[in-house]
Design a protein around this ligand. Structure first.
Ligand SMILES: *[C@@H]1O[C@H](CO)[C@@H](O)[C@H](O)[C@H]1NC(C)=O
Length: 287
């Protein structure tokens, strides 16, 4: 607790002292690099749109140019339409190495008309196994929707169109490592995972429907804390202070979160007694 509040002070100080304008352009050419897929990932419309595609030979992916140590990051995604069974679109933050930290959104495709699963996970110091899964309350293939990750020293909040769906609290007080020392990049990829993704691997990818395409736009991380030469600096081009650095869910948001989880959460590791016969992991008792 003490360590994390010291860190917050440290981060806030950095943010006010080392104010640095980070690019807030809507040009994806300036924010991300295409990393694989041999032409299957493309940045179009002067950087306004990015598409990933998958066919039998390969998927594709991109990563952010910046590394971040805390951030409030938003991206709009429109997922693979039609029969997307077997495909997975991943959108996540990750650091490097075997004891890496990671914050995941993964979208598991489905047969036409059947619901996608939004799969989430949090890794700290290489340890994950913290899955929560959701159905969405809209068709994520019909239009763009905003998927956000707020990551500050006290909590990680996953939101969809501004509605929080999951909160992972800093549980260092009960001995659980928290992602706060390793800078992370944003990664995204579209790949074939028909060995497990749809109905646990029962429904295979229909390659006659390929190529499968997911689209991205309106990336925003403009007052995130950008990591560069061993230090993190936060700030926005408009000079606003990074209030998300100490943000928590107010009582209205907590209520919405509870309502949403009650109605749309289909898996929660904290409630999986078969998997954790000795009782749920310690962080589960905080929420
Ligand atoms: C796909 O649809 C089936 C049937 O409605 C459902 O059980 C499953 O959760 C859906 N999503 C995935 C990714 O399998």
């Amino acid at each position: 607790m003490a360590a994390s509040s010291r860190l917050l002070v440290f981060s806030s100080l950095l943010c006010s002292l080392l104010f640095m304008a980070t690019s807030s352009s809507a040009d994806l050419n300036q924010d991300v690099d295409i990393t694989w897929g041999d032409g299957r990932a493309r940045i179009l419309d002067n950087g306004q749109l990015l598409t990933l595609s998958l066919d039998k030979a390969s998927g594709s992916g991109f990563q952010s140019k910046n590394q971040y140590l805390f951030g409030n990051i938003h991206m709009q995604l429109k997922l693979v339409p039609g029969n997307s069974a077997g495909t997975v679109t991943a959108y996540y933050l990750s650091s490097q190495g075997t004891t890496h930290d990671e914050i995941d959104f993964e979208f598991l495709g489905n047969l036409s008309g059947d619901p996608y699963i939004l799969h989430t996970n949090v890794f700290s110091q290489g340890k994950g196994n913290r899955e929560q899964q959701f159905y969405l309350w809209f068709d994520p293939t019909a239009d763009f929707h905003t998927y956000s990750i707020l990551w500050n020293p006290q909590r990680i909040i996953f939101s969809v169109d501004g509605t929080p769906i999951r909160e992972f609290k800093n549980a260092e007080s009960v001995g659980v490592a928290y992602p706060k020392n390793q800078p992370m990049r944003i990664y995204s990829s579209l790949w074939n995972a028909d060995d497990w993704a749809t109905r646990g691997g029962l429904v295979k990818t229909d390659w006659t429907q390929a190529p499968f395409t997911a689209s991205y736009r309106n990336f925003k991380a403009d007052d995130a804390c950008v990591w560069s030469s061993g230090a993190s600096s936060c700030g926005s081009s408009s000079g606003s202070t990074s209030s998300w650095l100490s943000q928590e869910l107010d009582s209205t948001s907590q209520e919405r979160l509870r309502w949403l989880q009650k109605n749309y959460m289909i898996y929660n590791y904290c409630a999986d007694a078969k998997r954790f016969p000795q009782g749920p992991p310690p962080e589960c008792s905080l929420s």
